[in-house]
Design a protein around this ligand. Sequence first.
Ligand code: GAR
Length: 313
Amino acid sequence: MFQRLKEKWQVSWPRFVLIFCTFATGGSLCGYAGRKLLSLTSLGREDGFLYWVVYIVLITFLWPFCVLLISIPLGQFLFFRNYLRKMGRRITGKSSNSYEVREMRLKVDNSIDMKQLQSQAEEKVVRIAIFASGAGSNAAKIIEHLKGHKDIKVALVVCNKPGAGVIGIAGSNHIPVLMIEKEQFFRGDAYLAALREHRIGFIVLAGFLWKIPAALIQAYPGHIINIHPALLPKYGGKGMYGMKVHEAVIAAGEKQSGITIHYVNEHFDEGEHIFQATCDIEATDTPESLAAKIHALEHAHFPVQVEKLVLKR
Ligand code: GAR
């Protein structure tokens, strides 16, 4: 039973023990607080049925607060906050969005994969998340390159654009997809709890166009990388993505362009450079033909660089 719960929660054994202790201590605290509160009223055990009904109603309301309280010193607050949210949604019959349903379905499809994962030296494998909002050709190349890798697993695709090509790519590779919303990403906890639940150790941005919030950068220091389709520091910054970059490069009459792989900080395209590769631009090149050259460079180098960086992290 414990093994099944551990798999369901996707946590390590030490964390499982802490969660279990939180449930046990929170439950005891709840019973104690319920009895104390009832002792302040005129109700007593001698009132029989009425006493027990009031007691049960009382502890039903007290329980979430008690487990949340205990979860703080045990370092399990995010787990329990999520757990209670899910419970709340189940009770009210609401789902925060339809994509969660999709993610749950993918998780079920992924159950065979989860069993395989158990048999791997679990803590050794670095689980990476690919953040992407576009066609996902880079994501596809990375997934293909790392398929069957003994030390790295693409464990999650994070996407902010319904209908993006990358969602289908993740689905056909049995990788769960987490659909994110702007409000929660920028004003909430940047989905940190979800990333922790998937035990993500490294994040790769492959055509992800939102700025990464400070909460995420602080949680993954030096563990988030991005690919940009130009030779940074030129042609980077807010609004410079995809075809807009290639149009600007061609309009400026550049003789060369290329790709930059860099660490992510709180400013668009400004993190420390890791790798660059170049290609020549001919007089006959258009933004479209340049885009094709850049994609070829990205596909040749990005998966290899991702593997190198994850292994040396
Ligand atoms: C890639 O060319 C990537 O460099 C670019 O988006 C494209 C995504 O293509 N990223 C940026 O412009 C970030 N500023 P893909 O969806 O086919 O991988």
